[in-house]
Design a protein around this ligand. Sequence first.
Ligand SMILES: *[C@@H]1O[C@H](CO)[C@@H](O)[C@H](O)[C@H]1NC(C)=O
Ligand SMILES: *[C@@H]1O[C@H](CO)[C@@H](O)[C@H](O)[C@H]1NC(C)=O
Ligand SMILES: *[C@@H]1O[C@H](CO)[C@@H](O)[C@H](O)[C@H]1NC(C)=O
Ligand SMILES: *[C@@H]1O[C@H](CO)[C@@H](O)[C@H](O)[C@H]1NC(C)=O
Ligand SMILES: *[C@@H]1O[C@H](CO)[C@@H](O)[C@H](O)[C@H]1NC(C)=O
Length: 350
Amino acid sequence: MLLRLLPCLLFGVSNTLAIIAPKVFIFTMFDLEANAWFGIPEFNTPIAPVMASYVFLTTGQAEINAAATISALVYSRTFNLTSTYFLVAGIAGINPKVTTIGSVTFARYAVQVALQYEIDAREIPAQFPTGYFPQGSTAPGQMPGSWDGTEVFEVNENLRQLAAGYAKTATLNDTAAAQAARANYSTGAFLKGASAPSIVLCDTATSDVYWSGNLLGEAFENTTTIFTNGSATYCTTQQEDSATLGVLMRATMFHLVDFSRIIIMRSASDFDRPYPGQNGVANLLGDAPGINPSLLNLHLAGVKVIQGIVNEWDNKYAHGVQADNYIGDVFGSLGGEPDFGPGSIFKGAA
Ligand SMILES: *[C@@H]1O[C@H](CO)[C@@H](O)[C@H](O)[C@H]1NC(C)=O
Ligand SMILES: *[C@@H]1O[C@H](CO)[C@@H](O)[C@H](O)[C@H]1NC(C)=O
Ligand SMILES: *[C@@H]1O[C@H](CO)[C@@H](O)[C@H](O)[C@H]1NC(C)=O
Ligand SMILES: *[C@@H]1O[C@H](CO)[C@@H](O)[C@H](O)[C@H]1NC(C)=O
Ligand SMILES: *[C@@H]1O[C@H](CO)[C@@H](O)[C@H](O)[C@H]1NC(C)=O
């Protein structure tokens, strides 16, 4: 399933040597997410009278597959991606303190939460609330003493707002089974987990390990807060986005892509922790009735975002959406001063 390209609107270019410059590149991570884009009416008719409006690929799941596949894409130079908008469109776990299954979220921060020290739960000191603690620290709750740089990526906030605005014009799918599942969260801190699905601005956590449970959920909420100095809100959980962003940041340094043109859209398929009275294993292995609506909502919301970009291409998107916030990694690799974490090691210069 690697690099399966959908030549939606590429008619007319196959006999030329022109390098295709897609307006939007959709990144899906596995076959169910990819299938969500097939057989939908919007992909059978041009959404604008232009060639090469959008293409997509499937990276394979987890961090290594995402980084390797997207590296292959950008360095192959098969496409001219300098003006391309990247739409990460995947399903994810969801924190019921923030929103619910079926919701579609747009992230400003991606946090690589498992890039830490870990001691097995059965061996942790009595005063540790979790086995995870930051590299270069001596206990949970401390700032990292050393950083690898990929712990946090921040993307263009103005573009995020525009994308979420387009997505809000979509009518989201929901099902009776998803409604029954979320109803069990209608207590205390999880009330938002029992609310109707919606478009939500909140941040994403990456880890190869697929976790479930209250304690790991809370530990990685804490990690998100610590790594971003309180800037990010942990809501979705997935296995690729920090890797994707690490590749796109390096490709930006080589002037092959533009890091200010990235949208991280994740729809919520399942809860990252059990409802009161359930255990973490049952949450992980039980039915996930959020999967169907979350897959449908990827394209229901995503098509609105793509149409918004393509329809206003000439007067707005071709020349880019100015980022007024810091964009990039922990180190300030693209220039500017990170508005979270330890500050730029490049002193603001790219
Ligand atoms: C890529 O597209 C940009 C404009 O979007 C153009 O300036 C540049 O020359 C193109 N590069 C190649 C290698 O075609
Ligand atoms: C959601 O999609 C399912 C499956 O296609 C469909 O049966 C259901 O009516 C849809 N619900 C809404 C609210 O659109
Ligand atoms: C809701 O919780 C009850 C136990 O309190 C459980 O029996 C039921 O299966 C749960 N419903 C769903 C849809 O998960
Ligand atoms: C999360 O942080 C809070 C506040 O520092 C702390 O009380 C709690 O024990 C931490 N939870 C976990 C699971 O690390
Ligand atoms: C963290 O945020 C506080 C204010 O909330 C600020 O005073 C402090 O300088 C920030 N620290 C870093 C390392 O950015």
